[in-house]
Design a protein around this ligand. Structure first.
Ligand code: FEO
Length: 135
């Protein structure tokens, strides 16, 4: 069972970004599956590393688009990205040191953050990006 399912209503109208968002949700669902089945720490560690890398790649893609198109909300949007990256970097470090467990509650928190970010902040660039015919 997945923690969260993608809905077409989450689309921001840019194919590459929608695919990134679906990918992020898939990784969180993989982590949820792993945590729910009590799999080995190494497996969770690998999924967590995938989440951190994928998130950084995705945020970078949006930020490159922001710069290319002079997006007016670049700074405030990037700040949200930076805060989230810091959070998951710390989470990963603490997990590797054995100071943090990955719980279902924590995964729900990450999912809620991501979905709220897509539906509020990411949605705001939809029309702006579409004017530049980004794909
Ligand atoms: Fe899709 Fe701003 O993250």
């Amino acid at each position: 069972m997945a923690l969260f399912e993608w809905k077409d209503s989450f689309s921001v109208g840019i194919g590459s970004i929608d695919e990134d968002h679906k990918g992020l949700i898939n990784i969180i669902n993989e982590l949820f599956d792993a945590v729910s089945h009590g799999v080995a720490k190494e497996h969770i560690s690998s999924d967590l590393a995938k989440l951190v890398d994928y998130t950084k790649t995705h945020f970078k893609r949006e930020e490159i688009f922001f710069e290319k198109t002079n997006y007016p909300l670049l700074e405030e949007h990037k700040l949200q990205h930076d805060v989230f990256i810091k959070k998951i970097n710390n989470l990963q470090k603490d997990f590797e040191k054995g100071n943090q467990t990955i719980s279902v509650e924590l995964l729900k928190f990450l999912t809620d953050w991501l979905v709220n970010h897509i539906l509020s902040s990411d949605r705001k660039y939809k029309e702006h990006f579409q004017r530049y015919r980004l794909t």
